[in-house]
Structures are given as C-alpha cells and as structure tokens.
Design a binder for this molecule. Structure first.
Ligand code: NAD
Ligand code: TYD
Length: 349
C-alpha cells in the first residue's frame, strides 16, 4: 500500500499537543477542511495546554480528547485508535526561557516522547509520521537564508531537544522504515498563544498599562508566521510532502524585536518613552533566524495572512478575550481547569 493510498484510505489521525497554541489551530482547520476526518488529540494538559482553545470542536463526533503524556507508552497506546493513518506531533515543551531554568521536561517530552511516538507509529503501521519542529534548530543565521540542507546548530536546551527529536525521527526512517516528515516553522503568532511568548506578553502587558520587557538591545531578528498559516503549512506537508524530507515553513516577515515592540505599542496606543524597557539579555540569545521557504513553496504552500493584518487582528483578539489570558496571568489557570474538568476528562480518556 502506498503512503498516499494509506493516508486517503483512513481519515483517522492521532494529533498530540492539540490543546496548545499551534496544535489547536491545526485541529480546528483540519476538521473544518475535511468532513471525513477523525482526530484523537493526546495532550498532557501541561501549563501550556488549555481546554478553552478547542471549545468550538470539543462536541464534534469526529474529535476525541485523551489526556496523557507522549513519553508514557501506555498512554500513547491507549490513544491510538484502530486504523489510524497518521501521527502529527505538536506536543512539546516550547519556551526557551523555561528550558534555560530546567531542561529536564524538555528532554522528557521533546526527545523521549518522540521515541515513544515513533515506536507507536511502527506498531500502528501509520502511513505518515509528521514531526513539528522549528527554525530554532538551525541556530543563528549569520547571513542569508538557511535551507533544509543547512547544518543544525542549536544553541539552547529547547532547540537542542528539538534537534534531538529530529535526529530520532531520521533514525527511525533509516533503521525502521517509518514514513516520516518534518516541518520547521518560523516564530509563530496569533490568537491562543500563551502569554509568556513575546507578542502576547507585549499585548497583554500593554492592555494592562504595563511596559514591555525587551531582552538586550532588541535588535534580534525573527521571522513571523501566523498560526493559521503554520497549521495550513503542516496540513500541506502532511498531504503532499515527500517521505523522509524536512520542509521550512517560513513566514516571510523578518523583523527585529524592537520593531515588533514599536508596532504593538502603536496598536495599543502607548508610548515607547513610558512603556518600553530594556532588560538583561537571554543567555546565548540567537541573533537572527532566517530560512528559505522555497522547498515548501514548490509543494504549493505559501503563507496567506499579511503581517500587518495578522498582527492587528491578534491585538484585537487579546483585547476581546481577556477572560482567556487573565486566568493564565493570575496563575490560577491550571488549578482551575483541574477542578472544573479534570474528572470529566479523565473519564472520557
Ligand atoms: P505550546 O507550548 O503552546 O503547546 C504545547 C502543547 O503540548 C500543550 O497543549 C501541552 O499541554 C502539550 N504537551 C506538552 N508536553 C506534553 C507531553 N509530554 N505529552 C502530551 N502533551 C504535552 O506549543 P506551541 O507553541 O503550540 O508549539 C507546538 C509545536 O510547534 C512544538 O513542537 C514547537 O516546538 C513547535 N513550534 C513552535 C513555534 C512557536 O513559535 N510557537 C514555532 C515553530 C515550531
Ligand atoms: P519568544 O516569544 O520567547 O520565542 P523564541 O525564543 O522561541 O524565539 O521570543 C521571541 C524573541 O523575543 C526572542 O528573540 C526573545 C525576545 N523576547 C524579549 O525580548 N522579551 C521577552 O520578554 C520575551 C519573552 C522574548
């Protein structure tokens, strides 16, 4: 059975980390675009997972949430329905600053978890295993744009763990014949992003009349990709990517952190004189990320959302969804959801 045939024959996927930022956009878009598709979402509901992110699909008969850890083989086995044709792995510890404080959870989820999922992919004979990775695995791009052939040179525990996850994926392709794909997305922004990351942190601080903390001189360059474009890029690679390949999903919106801060200050009606503060730099902070998106463009994917539109809609979303982020910022979020929904979702799992 060919990979394409296998994928088409069963419209049942295991998605992991689907209650996080990008995974929730992916599940919403995938279910909307394919009326035959069924998704099981395996998510450990760490501090970054949030049931509210998929409120609009949780009652769908084509969606099932299972609470569990991807590094736990029994949990993964229990989440794999018969006939599953693809595994799409979003689950990760995703924040660089946290990895600098404690790298252990990063190793457990981003490395051990990937191995457990790859073993499950072999047992289930899936037609596709897609590992969601990041532009951060390349490390600093001193000049030009990096291609998929550029060496990986990660420089912090987060990016090192993602690179190690990729190495495992390639090992399982070579040694065990798993039909794998890798996507390397740029810095992503949009609704439902946990407010520890630069853009939602700035917006929510500015709404509250607080300042935005810029690391060092703020001249670090990042390339920005809207979460919906990122999700569509992953769907595209899943459907059309050539097994064994990695694909850069570049946003085409390179800009310094200082520029981002200024745009957001403007959108929130605050002045840089009063609401911008330079703080100590992140240790070993990568200066610049820049990737060529040509390989994914050749598959037929391109980001659709202009940066200006995406950024102003994101500001509006945070202004209109204070309930979503205020709970997180108050720090009662995890406990709240455990209390409200823990038992109910354990039962469903
Ligand atoms: P996120 O932190 O918002 O969400 C991560 C999700 O994974 C959460 O729902 C969490 O509960 C779940 N999770 C964590 N550990 C788990 C475990 N052991 N088992 C099961 N579930 C677990 O992350 P995100 O920003 O949506 O990133 C998703 C993926 O995309 C990650 O693999 C990340 O490396 C990659 N990526 C992110 C960006 C970005 O800018 N955010 C850019 C490129 C690539
Ligand atoms: P972040 O959103 O943490 O994503 P990543 O580290 O995965 O790229 O950071 C984006 C950029 O913004 C990065 O160069 C670090 C910088 N930054 C700040 O200047 N201040 C902040 O408070 C944060 C969270 C990030």
């Amino acid at each position: 059975m060919s990979v394409e045939h296998g994928l088409a024959a069963s419209r049942r996927w295991l998605v992991t980390g689907g209650l996080g930022f990008i995974g929730s956009h992916f599940i919403r878009i995938a279910l909307a675009e394919d009326p035959e598709l069924e998704i099981v979402n395996l998510d450990a509901l760490t501090y970054a997972g949030n049931l509210m992110n998929l409120r609009d699909v949780e009652c769908s008969s084509r969606y099932r949430f299972v609470r569990g850890d991807i590094s736990d083989p029994a949990a993964v086995k229990a989440a794999i329905d018969p006939g599953v044709s693809a595994i799409v792995n979003f689950a990760a510890e995703s924040h660089v600053d946290r990895s600098l404080i404690d790298a252990e959870p990063f190793k457990k989820t981003n490395v051990t978890g990937v191995r457990v999922l790859l073993e499950a992919a072999i047992a289930a004979r899936v037609a596709r295993f897609l590992q969601v990775s990041t532009d951060e695995v390349y490390g600093d791009a001193v000049t030009g744009e990096l291609s998929e052939e550029s060496p990986l040179s990660p420089s912090n525990p987060y990016s090192a763990s993602k690179a190690e996850g990729e190495a495992l994926v390639q090992e399982y392709r070579r040694d065990r014949g798993v039909p794998v794909l890798v996507t390397r997305g740029s810095n992503t922004y949009g609704p439902y992003q946990y407010p520890e990351k630069l853009i939602p942190l700035c917006i929510t601080n500015l709404i509250d009349n607080e300042s935005v903390p810029l690391y060092g001189d703020g001249m670090q360059v990042r390339d920005w990709l809207h979460a919906e474009d990122h999700a569509r890029g992953i769907l595209h690679v899943l459907g059309s990517g050539v097994s064994g390949n990695a694909y850069n999903l570049a946003g085409g919106n390179s800009c310094t952190n200082l520029e981002i801060a200024h745009r957001l200050l403007g959108a929130c009606g605050r002045s840089p004189l009063t609401h911008l503060r330079h703080v100590s730099d992140r240790p070993n902070h990568d200066r610049r990320y820049a990737m060529s998106g040509a390989k994914a463009h050749a598959l037929g994917w391109r980001p659709r959302i202009p940066f200006d539109t995406g950024l102003s809609e994101t500001v509006e979303w945070y202004k209109s969804n204070e309930e979503w982020w205020r709970r997180i910022k108050r720090g009662e979020f995890t406990a709240y959801w455990e209390r409200q929904y823990g038992a109910r979702f354990e039962e469903r799992a």
